[in-house]
Design a protein around this ligand. Structure first.
Ligand code: G3P
Ligand code: MG
Length: 253
């Protein structure tokens, strides 16, 4: 595969696994996404206190686990003792914070592609980018499409690129800034990821005409997804793959 080649993107990607169907960033979420018919999932990767790559959105443990305080103050083995599913609802207790390695193993088993979001804790931008790159290099299976690696943190993308330039990268924004193109090009990014609520049709046109596929998050309303596909937005990152797939012709998945 040529360096930094972007695989064909699916029309939708399950957000944090499938965040409306299962606890976010858990293996149960990957299974639910696959069951719902998603072909790819997005998830967030940060560092545990001992440098292991783990799947967790927040800097702190409070919202999505039975733990409290900063996640980067605990090592992986301590984090593993926490429950990462009970908060979501019955049937999910016993879910654990996954390591990136075991997440990849399950992706391979389920045949799911991935948008890996590098989500560093404060001050850990470069270390997280480098650590994710090393795990992807060592563990990403040839049977899956090459993963698309994204981040809001440009320092994380720069470190990722330095360590593993062969994986395609996407630059994440909330609102797309006027200098989006220079910033993406300086990091060799090939996709633009943005909050659909802050994206205008004019911006979408400009980005697409410049040759950058857009991935919009978090699009949970099927009517809005249809509108954005109509604008030419390539991919909806959604908590509800089941709802979006229901309005999508199979040929477009
Ligand atoms: O990667 C898209 C989206 O996940 C970015 O925002 O906060 O949900 O990680 P967040
Ligand atoms: Mg994310």
């Amino acid at each position: 595969m040529p360096v930094n080649a972007l695989p064909p993107l699916p029309r939708l990607i399950g957000h944090r696994g499938a965040a409306s169907l299962a606890p976010e960033n858990t293996l149960a979420g990957f299974r639910k996404a696959a069951e719902a018919g998603a072909r790819w999932v997005e998830f967030d990767v940060r560092l545990a206190g001992d440098g292991r790559c783990i799947l967790l959105h927040d800097d702190t443990l409070d919202r999505t686990t039975s733990g409290r305080g900063r996640a980067d103050l605990l090592g992986f083995e301590e984090l593993r003792r926490l429950d990462a599913g009970a908060w979501f609802g019955p049937g999910f207790d016993g879910e654990r914070i996954p390591s990136l390695e075991e997440a990849i193993e399950l992706l391979a088993e389920l045949g799911l592609g991935a948008n890996v979001e590098v989500k560093p804790g404060p001050g850990a931008e470069a270390a997280t980018g480098k650590a994710v790159a090393e795990v992807l290099r060592a563990r990403w299976p040839k049977s899956l499409p090459t993963p698309l690696v994204s981040s809001f943190k440009e320092a994380a993308l720069a470190a990722f690129r330095e360590a593993a330039p062969e994986f395609p990268r996407g630059l994440l924004f909330s609102a797309v800034p006027p200098d989006w193109r220079a910033r993406a090009e300086s990091l060799g990014c090939v996709t633009i990821h943005c909050n659909h609520n802050r994206l205008t049709r004019t911006q979408a046109r400009e980005i697409i005409e410049a040759g950058f596929p857009i991935l919009a998050y978090t699009v949970n309303d099927p009517a809005r997804a249809e509108e954005l596909w109509d604008w030419g937005v390539a991919t909806m990152i959604t908590d509800c793959p089941d709802r979006l797939l229901a309005v999508m012709p199979t040929a477009l998945t």
